[in-house]
Design a protein around this ligand. Sequence first.
Ligand SMILES: NC(=O)c1ccc[n+]([C@@H]2O[C@H](COP(=O)([O-])OP(=O)(O)OC[C@H]3O[C@@H](n4cnc5c(N)ncnc54)[C@H](O)[C@@H]3O)[C@@H](O)[C@H]2O)c1
Length: 451
Amino acid sequence: MNSVSDITAKIASGHLRVGIIGLGYVGLPTAIGFHDAGFEVWGVDVSQRTVDMVKAGKNPTGDPDVDDIMPAPGTPNWHITNSAAEAVPHCDVILVTVPTPITHDLKPDLSYVAGAGRDVFQAISKGSRTIVVLESTVYPGVTAQTWHPIIEELGLVIGEDLEIAYCPERFNPGDSAHGVRQVARVIGCENPEIGEELVQLYSKLTTEDVRYVGKLEVAEAAKVIENVQRDINIALVNELARIFPALDVDVEDVLSAAATKWNFHRYTPGVGVGGHCIPVDPYYMIQRAADVGIPAELITAARAVNRNMPVHVAEVIRKLMSKHGVEANDARVLLLGWSYKAEVGDPRETPAAPLSETLLANGVKVSAWDPHLEPGQFPQGIDVVEDISSAQGYDIAILVTAHKACLEIDFTKLVSNMRTPLLYDGRRVLNLDELTGAGWICHAVGRPNGL
Ligand SMILES: NC(=O)c1ccc[n+]([C@@H]2O[C@H](COP(=O)([O-])OP(=O)(O)OC[C@H]3O[C@@H](n4cnc5c(N)ncnc54)[C@H](O)[C@@H]3O)[C@@H](O)[C@H]2O)c1
């Protein structure tokens, strides 16, 4: 059995063995981070493609920051497998970084957390006191509610055979200043001694503050409200981006003016929020509030505003084209970018999908160019443009993702290849005066459009 002092000694000497279950956007850089910090690492993923790529030293995620740090095949103390049963007996601490999506009816889907937990607990030797830490984003209560019944069913005892803890991941893929080795961490655990052990362990991973915050639910709740707050702030500027054009005022002018006050927080409106976190995590909080009979009205309203934004933009686009004599059933739209955020090849929950679906439902033909994605990552019905310099015959170009590559395209050449020279800046990052001078008819989210 690992006593607390054993764990402390192993952390200090670098002899602690860390297992990571789920080698995706979060798990893979975390595994690499602990390996770089000097620990023996066992990485596990159920996807054979992921296991094969990681073993071959290739990055299976769309996060370009991981490309250059992939351990080469044969790197000492770096073990990759698709079997938790093989990895777990070698590990002192196991970190679980599996998906926490939502179902079609917007409810938390905890099947991965339960499945990965079961895989790990089945492989834990009695008396080993292996520490299992959930890192996936969840609502307060999930770690205990999901894992305790499995632990009991398998006849394991917390405090003797294993310990459980929660430490949310907060890093930002595609943002090298906020990688896994640079973000502050919070740890929740019913056993304060284990909490403090984990503070020592995570302090080897990150240069930022690592704090034991008490019970599991505090750390679980902290993570989910971070993203709830972001969703609400973005929803506010998205709502303002609908109000101010109707008052013939550009929302960006208003936000920039307001931001001269010391305590105003500047957010930028856009075609919608995407990814695995902001559009998903608030539903976890909404569910938990409903469980205890408290209405989460603000969180729910913010979600509705952001969720509706791509549909609203699609309607604006349809009207703009119509104003310029292009009817929907004859229209050709070019999306610049498809990923949910800049510099990352990640199409999960991208607002480009509902934007396109709404346009397609109106009979519009939709093409998209995104140099960060492979053609197979776009949904059916989207015409994938592989070479932007040959794009022609479109009625409107919509900037969906502010990839550097999208901002640097030859807009002078593109406007000469358009059938109608309409441009819509869905991220408020383009120099619209310059582009107007180059022949574009420019529109943007939150800008008066004369409709
Ligand atoms: N991506 C982000 O920016 C980010 C940031 C902070 C937190 N999170 C949270 O972290 C968690 C993971 O997100 P992600 O983006 O890394 O997801 P992901 O889909 O990129 O990766 C999850 C990996 O887990 C694997 N997996 C699923 N079940 C498994 C099992 N039983 N055993 C082993 N592997 C299994 C999948 O094959 C996949 O490779 C989520 O809860 C997410 O909300 C994500």
